[in-house]
Design a protein around this ligand. Sequence first.
Ligand code: ATP
Ligand code: MG
Length: 472
Amino acid sequence: MMNLADKLTSPVFQTMSDVADRLGLETYVVGGYVRDLLLRRPCKDIDFVCVGSGINLAEAAAKALNPKINVNVFKNFGTAQFRYEDLDLEFVGARKESYQRDSRKPIVEEGTLQDDQNRRDFTINALAISLNKKTFGELIDPFNGIADMDTGVIRTPLDPDITFSDDPLRMMRAIRFATQLNFYIEPETLASIARNKDRISIISQERITTELNKIILAKKPSIGFRLLEETGLLAIILPEMQKLKGVQTVDDKSHKDNFYHTLQVLDNITFSTNDLWLRWAAILHDIAKPPTKRFEPGIGWTFHGHEVLGSKWVPRIFRNLKLPTGGEMKFVQKMVYLHLRPIALTKEEITDSALRRLLFEAGDDIDSLMKLCEADITSKNKAKVNRYLQRFEMVRQKLKDVEERDSIRNFQPPVSGELIMQVFNITPSREVGIIKDKIKEAILEGDIKNDYQQAYDMMLRLGAELGLKPVS
Ligand code: ATP
Ligand code: MG
């Protein structure tokens, strides 16, 4: 039997060992912490399971670690939790679960360690390490999770059809772990997800989305999306993305498969950002390509207006997924709306006014937009990609130059509406809007500088044209 005593370096385990023996409770550290310990992944959540009352164990442990600790007790679930230093410690009594068909709420009874391991989702998540003195550090691995960890396999401990049907969230978790750990899902387990995909409907959207976001935040999110697509889950949880898949050919001309293109963009952007929302922008940037697709003879495939329609879809998609609908959503909408603009710049002569307009519209999100746009440059033809990237670098440089000169990023008109009203002694009116707008246009066009005096002079000129007289 493998002994991992030398890996349990945190002093918490010594204390737990004392407390467990004093209470006479068989006690183990179990689940994710053991998995991550063996995979050398950092982990701050520790789950303890004992044969008996998890709540009693938690209260005794807290007292021994630091009498000031506040224990959160969830009587209904028979669990307890507290924080200790930077650790999140959770306690539960070993249990046996049985499920009814239309709910993921199990009937729970007390059980043995083996019962408790049986109810866990994957072999790599079912490992336990004993904490009692006599057996301290011994690994209990009834499903050969160690072997699956070595070969990188996600597999359910029991019949996958039962495991997934009992709690369909586990299907999302399987794909999430495969993505985070770069493991593959054992073929029987994978086939079972495809068979049970429709059961996902009994899971709350919030829980599904939590797993989806973990997939998106992984190093290579495409792994997860390919699995979601393959198993049929994607068509259920994000049908708009499923519809990106496929290639159509007319007159020997094919467009690219926008599903795989989107995955490439998503993987690309993981190199330049950890930001969940920019990653969501990558997922959604071409989302409205299917309904805007046209074949135009002599031109080929076009997707006119997909950025506009796509940005209009974002709120509905966010609502369906129960993603936040505040600033995060506005940001994604803006990214989708503007995603063609930087690359369009490279195709023509790069004028300062075009650069200023882009800066004005993107504001502080210009750097994110540039990252998205760069990630969007994909092609099988390496030379083509490199040519684009070079031109793109030029746009970046010129943006910087314009920014330094004109500071358009957080553009505030140098003369305000208030000032215009004061100078001409008028009330809020059409004229105020016209003057403000023309000044903004002139600055973006480069006809005048972004400064107070030039804007003031222009205001007087425009006022005169409109028949307004400044009060002296
Ligand atoms: P992470 O903390 O990265 O999400 P984890 O494996 O620690 O991964 P938790 O949700 O913290 O996941 O759960 C802790 C342990 O509880 C898991 O390792 C697993 O043994 C068990 N578990 C969690 N959710 C389920 C589930 N839906 N079905 C069966 N067992 C589960
Ligand atoms: Mg955990």
